[in-house]
Design a binder for this molecule. Structure first.
Ligand code: SF4
Length: 62
């Protein structure tokens, strides 16, 4: 699975980085980014939880 963040949609709430810091971090422009786009099996549930928690649906995981 791969995680992506739409910078156009991200409002910088930091929720995804709190839920899944192994995958998401905040960049210098206060937008979330993926540290590691390829989500390891062991982090899939947490990454999906972060995706579902995003208030503006800026995260896609496929
Ligand atoms: S949860 Fe969504 S809006 Fe909040 S920082 Fe992450 S991607 Fe951006």
């Amino acid at each position: 699975m791969k995680a992506e963040v739409s910078h156009d949609l991200c409002i910088g709430c930091t929720l995804c980085t709190s839920i899944c810091p192994e995958i998401f971090y905040m960049n210098d422009e206060d937008k979330a980014e993926t540290l590691e786009p390829e989500v390891p099996k062991s982090l899939e549930k947490t990454a999906i939880s972060a995706m579902q928690s995003c208030p503006v649906e800026a995260i896609s995981i496929k």
